[in-house]
Design a protein around this ligand. Sequence first.
Ligand code: ADP
Length: 340
Amino acid sequence: MNPQSATDELAAEHALRPKTLKDFIGQHRVRQQIDVLLRAARKRDSAADHILLSGPPGLGKTTLAMILASEMQTPIRITSGPAITHAGDLAAILSSLVEGEILFLDEIHRLPRPAEELLYLAMEDFRVDVVVGKGPGATAIPLQLPRFTLVGATTRAGLLPSPLRDRFGFTAHLDFYEESELEEVISRSAVLLGLTIDKDAIGEIASRSRGTPRISNRLLRRVRDYAQVNGSNSLTHSDAQAALDMYEVDAKGLDRLDRSVLLALIERFNGGPVGLSTLAIAVGEETETVESVAEPFLVRNGFMARTPRGRVATALGWEHVGRTPPPGIATLFDTPAPDA
Ligand code: ADP
């Protein structure tokens, strides 16, 4: 994607973000939990407890953080683990927060270690120690911070060290969305984009969205492009099918990355078991991308399984790429999958 179209995509995504908890579709339990947390904080007239949001990309973590800020009527500062290269960067951000402000720290599992340690004190005691000078003469000057709410987001809650995880008052795990919820997301977005869309077209997009609202919105825009290029402003089922086939999203929602992971597992490793990093090398991707983007979807939908000996393709996975599963494949799943 060129930088201009990446910026356009970001702007389009921002325009479709729900602004209130009421407009946030699905995730009923998380919504209820956050609602109580917000009401209690408002009643006490103090900042809400620190919140950790975990789950695969595109499920609404950033959206929820922004909703928290608007519901609490507080400003929000957005940054991410990889953007903070030194503990000093984080100290500067923390010391410039105002009372009640939300600090949204995306990809918190990628925060450098010294910054993470600084965060412990900040989260617990609302304090940072600023080190002045070097060597034996260095002194730590404690600096009091305003009460702020840290909203951390991670695709890999399991990667967070427990001292950090334990400092969050509440952890919300966002799960993939049901198709009916994605249909709601698409209908809402179509209205915001001023589009007319058939019910069947909505269903087609929802079923190919990998359980992910960000993908629903993206596919809706691609179907819109396709229909508009063909001179129509009203999106039909056949527009949806043709556009999604063109963008290589298959009938079960697998995209190019998902399919290449599944194909590599089957063709190069005879269905596994194989270690995740070996699999990632085989498809030329970062281990983290395969682990946080492709794997949760493939496992959740039964195309692939995690076993103590590594990743394996299931019978469904073999069949999906047009291969006959080897006999006795079911016995591979007798042992429960490890969490990581
Ligand atoms: P994450 O931070 O988890 O990667 P985002 O919060 O950026 O995901 O969500 C991606 C897009 O998906 C948003 O722009 C928003 O339009 C849409 N979205 C996410 N969750 C919901 C939801 N529950 N209801 C409606 N739209 C949603």
